[in-house]
Design a protein around this ligand. Structure first.
Ligand code: CDP
Length: 214
């Protein structure tokens, strides 16, 4: 079984995906975390998003994800980068790197390999449209920007970062993600859309679960 949860930035996709993975005892992959880890590597190595990323560079990028006992971790070349990839610098740059076809192909391979042996839930932007168009269940989460920024602000828990700058960053990412040529952020025709603006985590979870467990 494959479940796709796509949607706008900061709509709680990964929170929901983890809860579903735990409840159904299936595997979980955070596709955005792959793009973020690749972005971190390329920034650290001063590789500009305008450059073509060749196989020589990809051969130096080893990423693994792990979801165990309800804890998600991601490793970049054996370093645990779970927190680092959520930093402001990565958030500001990730969408420019995620536009690149060679980077997308690299992530698609990782995701499709992960689905070969196990049932899986994956969250992202193009999971139901491009990566797994035949997924068994597809969801698309969206919400008004102010609420998304407030939630992300609370999650970051850093008073030095203004809510307005988070909202701006979220809107810029949504704009780049929605308007790119390859695999833009959009609802798959057969995805179940949920406006999460005024719903609690539990309420969204119940809506998703109801669709899966009939
Ligand atoms: O957590 P949030 O929704 O804010 O972002 P994320 O899921 O960590 O994704 C970070 C960025 O990676 C997005 O803004 C996209 O630019 C890119 N991404 C993508 O292009 N395709 C995906 N399937 C997932 C993420």
């Amino acid at each position: 079984m494959i479940i796709a949860i796509d949607g706008e930035a900061s709509t709680g996709k990964s929170t929901q995906a983890k809860k579903i993975a735990k409840r159904l005892n299936i595997n979980y992959r955070d596709s955005g975390a792959y793009y973020r880890a690749i972005t971190l590597f390329l920034i650290q190595n001063q590789i500009n998003p305008k450059e073509v990323i060749g196989s020589d560079i990809f051969s130096k990028i080893n990423i693994s994800q792990n979801f165990e006992n309800n804890i998600f971790s991601i490793f970049l070349n054996d370093e645990d980068v779970t927190s680092k990839i959520r930093g402001h610098k990565v958030s500001l740059n990730v969408s420019e790197y995620a536009k690149k076809p060679e980077i997308r192909k690299f992530v698609y391979n990782l995701l499709r390999k992960s689905s070969e042996l196990n049932s899986i839930i994956v969250d992202g932007r193009d999971i139901g449209t491009v990566v797994f168009p035949d997924a068994d269940f597809k969801f698309f989460l969206f919400a008004i920007p102010e609420i998304r920024a407030q939630r992300r602000h609370r999650e970051i828990n850093d008073e030095s970062i203004k809510i307005e700058s988070i909202e701006k960053e979220i809107l810029i990412r949504d704009d780049i993600d929605s308007n790119r040529d390859i695999a833009p952020l959009k609802k798959a025709k057969d995805a179940f859309g949920i406006d999460v603006s005024y719903l609690s985590i539990e309420e969204v979870f119940e809506k998703i679960l109801q669709k899966i467990i009939i």
